[in-house]
Design a protein around this ligand. Structure first.
Ligand SMILES: [Zn+2]
Length: 492
């Protein structure tokens, strides 16, 4: 059994939940559920990033206190839990969680003690969207490629983190795979940034520019801690790093894997800044950073103007949570942007109904009608080897290995395709053996095999479709064909 700590990036609350969040949260949830299924000790952290200056401005525009504003915004993200069937164990809010501030302060002091924090006059070009100073190399035609506008000139005194001191160690960690950055082209991008030379980065801003919002710099209340230092720290503050609690030792210090799932736009912060901060503080680095690409909708980048078209809650209400999760795992490639079109959800819903729902439903109906001994088939999680037909048994037996291999390389699509291959094989088995034309032992043998295949498939598909898998398990357990007919709703 290994101990596995996994996080998605905390959501930036000054924007609505959209399909891009659903993509990242479902991907992370699949990894967490899969490891739990394999018997690993798993902790999955989610949360919201709330200490940004933009929240103060947006709250003022809405006539609300910043704390009130971010609480309401955070709630929108926390409420994705049900429609997306997320299984996170913890949800941290960086402005309100009492564990966060002491952890950030401790991390700051540790970096200061290491000589990595320095007060400097700084003149730079700042993108309010990124909340970061951008270099010439970051710009495309003079504008921020993420936000499409030129960064503003800013001159002020800031605390700086001496990132350059860590360049060699980071290159060793990433180059050796001790800190894996995947897919490989992302790792190569990070190594290229490293080799082009790392600039020290600003980790504070004047208190007045921050509108009094955020965590004051320990020992220098004229400055607040700049959002990236604050936000990245959530991965350890949620574990009680501030008081070196038992959770911190268990899930960070002593974990076998410390894994962050992030979007491509924030790779550098996770693969360079965050490990450098940890290294400075004398703490272990993450072991893996998995980078996903973006979702476009009807060929367009996600933005506020797309409105409901990309609202995961509305899409789950219309097509079902299973269909939405199935789209994430079946239609999103391991690398490259995924273009979402609503009709794809209908197709995925119908694929589940016609392929998996129908397999379970027809098998169970035939079994109940034939009076097969329930004790043969209702045992949830019966040994996969107990399917006696050699061809079907081999197909079922191959699934866990293929799922493990796919998820190990962050290829959710390959993993889901492997499970689906077994669904198709089981359907072919039932169609070819025609149990409705058989009697007695011959009939019971085919249906018992088919039911055991259904149980095995439900177990393996559980991390992808926890709701649907649970309904299949319940239908097999109860032997109720009516329940089996309602497993997956068809799209209209
Ligand atoms: Zn930007």
């Amino acid at each position: 059994m290994s101990r596995f700590y996994v996080t998605n990036a905390i959501a930036y609350v000054n924007g609505d939940p959209h399909l891009g969040h659903a993509l990242e949260f479902v991907q992370t949830d699949v990894l967490a559920r899969h490891r739990r299924l394999r018997g690993d000790d798993v902790r999955y952290l989610s949360g919201t990033d709330e200490n940004a200056l933009k929240n103060v401005q947006a709250a003022a525009a809405a006539g609300l206190a910043a704390a009130q504003f971010v609480a309401a915004r955070s709630d929108l993200f926390e409420r994705l839990r049900d429609p997306l069937a997320l299984s996170y164990d913890d949800f941290i809010r960086t402005s309100a969680d009492p564990r966060h501030r002491p952890g950030v302060e401790r991390l700051w002091r540790a970096c200061a003690d290491a000589g990595d924090l320095e007060l400097r006059a700084y003149r730079g070009r700042y993108c309010g969207g990124c909340e970061a100073f951008l270099d010439e190399a970051d710009l495309v035609d003079g504008v921020c490629p993420e936000h499409g506008r030129p960064p503003e000139p800013v001159e002020e005194r800031n605390w700086f983190f001496r990132l350059s001191r860590h360049a060699e160690a980071l290159e060793t960690a990433i180059g050796s795979g001790a800190l894996a950055v995947e897919p490989e082209h992302r790792r190569n991008e990070v190594l290229a940034v490293l080799r082009s030379g790392l600039a020290d980065f600003s980790v504070s801003r004047p208190r007045e520019r921050a509108g009094g919002w955020g965590i004051p710099v320990p020992g220098d209340p004229s400055q607040v801690i700049y959002v990236w230092f604050d936000a990245l720290a959530n991965y350890v503050t949620a574990l009680g790093y501030g008081n070196r609690g038992a959770d911190y030792a268990r899930w960070w210090g002593d974990a076998d894997e410390r894994l962050h799932v992030v979007g491509k736009g924030i790779t550098r912060f996770h693969a360079l800044y965050w490990p450098a901060i940890l290294r400075s503080a004398g703490e272990p680095l993450p072991t893996r950073i998995l980078v996903h690409d973006y979702v476009t909708v009807d060929g367009r980048k996600l933005s506020k103007s797309l409105g409901n078209a990309a609202d995961p809650t509305a899409l789950a209400a219309r097509y079902g949570t299973d269909a939405l999760r199935w789209w994430v795992v079946r239609d999103v490639p391991r690398s490259g942007d995924a273009d979402f079109r609503e009709e794809q959800l209908g197709r995925r819903a119908n694929e589940l109904a016609d392929g998996l729902g129908n397999l379970v439903s027809r098998t169970l109906s035939l079994a109940v009608r034939g009076g097969e001994n329930r004790s043969n088939w209702h045992r949830w999680g019966a040994p996969i080897g107990s399917v006696s037909d050699p061809g079907l048994a081999a197909a079922i037996r191959a699934v866990p290995t293929s799922v493990d291999a796919g998820l190990a390389r962050f290829d959710l699509r390959a993993a889901a395709d492997a499970v689906w291959g077994a669904v198709e094989e089981a359907n072919r088995f039932v169609s070819a053996r025609r149990p409705w034309e058989l009697e007695g032992e011959a009939r019971a043998a085919v249906l018992t095999d088919a039911l055991r295949a259904c149980a095995a498939i439900a177990a393996e598909i559980g991390p992808f479709l926890p709701g649907g898998a649970g309904r299949i398990a319940a239908a097999l357990e109860s032997g109720d064909p009516a329940a089996a007919r309602r497993l997956f709703p068809k799209a209209v």
